[in-house]
Write a protein that binds this ligand. Sequence first.
Ligand code: AHR
Length: 314
Amino acid sequence: MRFAKLSLIVLILLAVLVPAASAQENGAGLTIGFSQIGSESAWRTAFTEAVQAEAEARGINLLFSDAQQSQENQIAAMRAWLAQGDVDAIVLAPVIESGWDDVLQEAADAGVPVIIVDRNVDSDPSLYVTRVSSDFVHEGRLAAAWLAAATSGNCNIVELYGTVGSAAAEDRHTGFSQVIDLFSNMTIIQSETGNFVRTEGKAVMESILSSEDPANICAVFAHNDDMAIGAIEAIKEAGLVPAQDILVVSVDAIPDIFDSMDAGETNATVELSPFMGGPAFDAVVATLNGEELPKWIPVGGGLYTSRAAYDADH
Ligand code: AHR
């Protein structure tokens, strides 16, 4: 009888002192759903691989879903995980900013924390734990500041836009515009979407070069390196010299863009780190352990005009 009473006291003490869903520091043993946008660019593929490698190193069971650029696919994957009740958390890389309120509310109702990575959502921040990302507006400003310095504030610009409605495209455009608006002779003369895809960047640039006098184009600002590389192919096929006749500045810092810089065909790129898996998984563990997190966990990056400068920083 006395033993039973003692056991009961020990059990009550354990229940009070040990949090029910306490997660290990690195997330080992957790099951996390990762809804990825797709594989539209080399950066996206590197990001997927980095998240998968981080999960494996930590012993996290990662349920990976490739949405192939479809928000409907992303929402369906999240609903399936919630219905099956088999995930401790969801990591969401949202293709566009709007349209997430309902599924985020469903996750909150189910008690499944959601971490936003890379692009942003326009939902109320109370519906997700935090966002791990770079500052896209700053990336646009860096690209524009480099271009303003390189041209002494005189430049007619072709903008190759990313996916319309995505935070990466909208915010890069905003930051870029904020800086060039400070210069009366810097103007975006054409802006068209290439959806962050290399072949689409090339097709858009071909069409622009056929409708615009190439002598009137000073530079291309591409929202990612893949579209820049596509544009460079189009510039060369038009008999022009990229990075000389038409300056090229973009975002991501993928290996291919440094090959292009080595060949003298790209001027500058702004780094977007693909290593967001670690901070995202740390955020999952922290929130499961009851910690409060800031609504934004920034990932840094700078502007590079050579492989040597990039290598020196990494
Ligand atoms: O959301 C980040 C952007 O998405 C990257 O700059 C681009 O390469 C990718 O497709």
